[in-house]
Ligand binder design. Structure first.
Ligand code: ADP
Ligand code: MG
Length: 256
């Protein structure tokens, strides 16, 4: 991946990257996303929090079109989400996604996991893909694990490989859906530190997490969801010290 040379302030100044307008989605009778309006600017780090079942994962999944929407509009870098085919594959590469479960290919080595998408989707040649993969594995601190298989790594190492794999596609935005929730406690920080560094490097990030320390130190903005709606949006300091809505107050009283 190329080094990000702009400062965070420069990046934010250059415009909107992910825009959701009046997005609605149902699962049968359940109105899981209700009139969602959300704009993420380039270089911004947005942490999404809220009770279980509030629609956070569904929100992430609509942004890279793992889920369709009923109405409304989602654009990435000014372009509406493609419906299918190669354009959709490219969109998914532009929107890196890291899940709670690491989802690495079990029968490929760590290095191959990070090379694969570059070759298949970005049409990189093998030598270039391997060099890029090694550089990214070094960057997330697992360079020495390149020739192992995922099952030989700890959960924290596997999640860092998953981050490297997403970064290998040179994404415009990274989505993280509870990336540390499946990890043993002693491995949470090594993953959060990689995410902190990415944020400092200027990556645009949408992060669903219960790690409030990360939200306080890395987020430009906290988005609080409940029952499929964005109930409150604020800077982290403001949100944690002075939540406006009763729903947010109630939620924070349970987790802090
Ligand atoms: P969160 O990530 O905030 O916990 P989710 O987006 O996973 O919330 O889920 C929101 C609601 O939608 C929940 O009630 C969940 O049970 C429901 N839901 C999620 N995925 C599906 C699905 N594929 N089919 C039906 N209901 C779903
Ligand atoms: Mg979820």
């Amino acid at each position: 991946m190329t080094e990000v040379s702009v400062t965070k302030e420069d990046a934010v100044a250059s415009g909107d990257l992910v825009v959701l307008k009046s997005v609605n989605k149902h699962f049968g009778a359940l109105h899981v996303l209700q009139d969602i309006d959300l704009t993420i600017t380039r270089g911004e780090v947005v942490v999404v929090i809220g009770p279980s079942g509030s629609g956070k994962s569904t929100l992430c999944r609509t942004i890279n079109r793992l889920e369709t929407i009923d109405d409304g509009e989602i654009t990435i870098d000014g372009k509406p989400l493609p419906q299918e085919g190669k354009a959709l594959a490219r969109l998914r590469a532009d929107v890196g996604m890291v899940f709670q479960s690491f989802n690495l290919f079990a029968h490929k080595t760590v290095l191959e996991n990070v090379m694969l998408g570059q070759i298949k989707v970005r049409k990189a040649d093998k030598t270039q893909a391997a060099a890029n993969a090694r550089a990214l594995l070094d960057r997330v601190g697992v360079g020495t694990q390149a020739d192992k298989y995922p099952a030989q790594l700890s959960g924290g190492q596997q999640q860092r490989v998953a981050i490297a794999r997403a970064l290998a596609m040179d994404p415009k935005v990274m989505l993280f859906d509870e990336p540390t929730s499946a990890l043993d406690p002693e491995m949470i920080n090594e993953v959060l530190e990689v995410m902190q560094q990415l944020a400092r490097d200027g990556m645009t990030m949408i992060v669903v997490t219960h790690e409030m320390g990360f939200a306080r130190s890395a987020a430009n903005r906290v988005v609080f969801m409940a029952d499929g709606r964005i109930v409150e949006e604020a800077a982290p300091d403001q949100f944690f010290s002075n939540p406006r809505s009763d729903r947010a107050k109630d939620f924070l009283s349970k987790i802090l």
